[in-house]
Unconditional design. Structure first.
Length: 219
């Protein structure tokens, strides 16, 4: 059965509206965690009925943002897992891969436990926490990181520091593209500062080079 004329454009418009609402929510919630859905609709350039058609309440909107964040985090974990890599490089790659996700969804930090609940937040962060713990364990085993804390505890401490720095970015008191936080995490794990800076610079350059699309042959 053929679809009615106009059905595809309508669906495309609906997807576009939903994406615009979520993008605006990421921005506006960072500025004002208590923004109303009516205010958010105006900021998104849609009528109230359109926003409520996609998200019938604040909880639905935040859950959609949480789902986006979870998917982005899982993808970043996969990108940041380089096999057979030295632990200091692995931690730098992990931190640099996580930063864009944390930067994009940092407004959830202010809303996480109040609106989403600790269990939901734990579920979102679980893949990253497992990866971080594995990297720390690898580094302690190889003598690259200090063994004074159990791997899961040290990984949690590094996570806490990264989140604190994200909150400073959110508050406008700190600027970072992820490199400064990655260096701080390596130093906190026990890597000498000069080595930490060198490793982060090398890994950041590799990530940047990999992100540049190759030109077609004969271009």
């Amino acid at each position: 059965m053929s679809q009615p004329v106009g059905r595809v454009p309508q669906r495309r418009n609906a997807r576009s509206n939903r994406a615009r609402i979520l993008a605006t929510a990421r921005q506006e919630l960072g500025r004002n965690p208590d923004i109303t859905l009516e205010e958010l609709a105006r900021a998104s350039g849609v009528v109230r009925r359109t926003l409520f058609g996609h998200f019938p309440g604040r909880a639905a909107l935040l859950e959609a943002l949480a789902e986006e964040a979870a998917e982005a985090l899982q993808a970043a974990v996969a990108r940041g897992a380089e096999p057979a890599e030295p632990a200091d490089r692995a931690l730098a790659r992990f931190a640099l891969s996580m930063w864009p996700v944390g930067d994009r969804y940092r407004m959830l930090l202010a809303l996480a436990h109040r609106d989403l609940g600790a269990e939901r937040v734990t579920g979102i962060l679980r893949p990253a926490r497992l990866r971080a713990t594995a990297v720390v364990e690898h580094g302690q085993r190889d003598g690259v990181f200090h063994p004074h804390l159990p791997p899961a505890v040290l990984a949690a401490a590094l996570e806490g520091m990264a989140i604190a720095l994200l909150e400073e970015v959110n508050g406008g008191t700190f600027e970072d593209d992820g490199a400064r936080t990655a260096v701080a995490m390596l130093i906190a794990a026990g890597v000498p500062e000069r080595q930490a800076r060198t490793v982060v610079a090398e890994v950041a350059a590799e990530i940047a080079a990999a992100a540049v699309p190759e030109e077609p042959a004969g271009a």
